[in-house]
Write a protein that binds this ligand. Structure first.
Ligand code: F3S
Length: 280
């Protein structure tokens, strides 16, 4: 059985940067509070907890003087308030997320109705919506009930969506609203790391008998990778750790492809590969 890793997989620049910022802050201050998990991966959160990073769910739970903003960000108005209320803010927002937030705010100030393509429950999307300052809507489907048809329309995406699904969403939306729209701005805010991982996973899926996607089930980009691989028509399993591998999956399989979400640590991927090698 041949085991092949995707040429782009695992930790992205934004995740590495966020983890480093929190490690440095914990070393300097002892204990710090993080407004939500720094990245959507349990192993990473547990390791940072050992260094003194305590996860809190909202600003009302803040007890200390040092608060970290995770890679998914906090809406720009909320971040500005936090900086006034707390002595030290460690801002680990990924620069790609910040770009989406700034684009949203600029569109709002220019009088655009903004549509964010993404998962309304995801913390990154909530933060972009907050940056729209009351002029945003989140949608995963194009049949949006606008209170009044927008004349100026801006469309953005959650940074970790699939490029195909965003393209499909934009086409469907324009079919419905373009006749009423005077001005349109589409900003592809899907990040480079997501695009590269998706391209590499698609290529590998096309020559594999089975794909393993390693990552946390709560990680948006990990789930998108799993959808993409199964969409190519290859048997796909999303696993959080090596313990979840089932030998039955690999019976009569000659080529196993492995990819991983942008928040999956290298050692988790290595353990999965090692277990696969033992099964081969
Ligand atoms: Fe940033 Fe994209 Fe990673 S938004 S955190 S570079 S998946």
């Amino acid at each position: 059985m041949q085991i092949e890793r995707a040429r782009e997989m695992g930790f992205c620049f934004g995740v590495r940067r966020a983890i480093k910022l929190l490690e440095q802050a914990a070393q300097k201050h002892g204990t710090i509070e993080s407004l939500g998990a720094v990245v959507h991966n349990k192993q990473v959160v547990n390791r940072l907890a050992e260094l003194g990073v305590k996860v809190i769910n909202n600003t009302e739970q803040i007890k200390g003087n040092v608060v970290a903003v995770p890679s998914h960000g906090l809406g720009l108005p909320m971040l500005e308030k936090l900086k006034l209320d707390v002595p030290a803010v460690v801002d680990a927002t990924c620069p790609f997320v910040r770009r989406a937030q700034v684009s949203a705010r600029k569109l709002a100030h220019a009088g655009f109705q903004i549509v964010i393509f993404g998962d309304a429950e995801h913390s990154e999307v909530k933060a972009i919506l907050n940056s729209c300052e009351g002029h945003g809507i989140v949608a995963a489907e194009a049949n949006i009930a606008f209170s009044e048809p927008p004349k100026r329309l801006g469309v953005l995406s959650q940074t970790t969506q699939s490029t195909e699904r965003f393209g499909w969403f934009v086409k469907e939306l324009l079919d419905k609203v373009l006749s009423n729209v005077d001005e349109l701005r589409i900003i592809n805010t899907i990040c480079d790391a997501t695009k590269e991982r998706q391209t590499a996973a698609r290529e590998l899926s096309s020559r594999s008998d089975i794909m393993l996607v390693v990552g946390d089930v709560n990680s948006s980009n990990t789930r998108r990778l799993a959808e993409l691989c199964s969409g190519v028509g290859v048997e796909t399993h999303l696993v959080e750790s090596a313990d979840q591998l089932d030998a039955v999956w690999f019976k009569n399989k000659k080529h196993v492809g492995v990819t991983a979400g942008a928040s999956t640590p290298d050692d988790t991927i290595d353990l999965v590969i090692r277990k696969l090698q033992n099964l081969a």
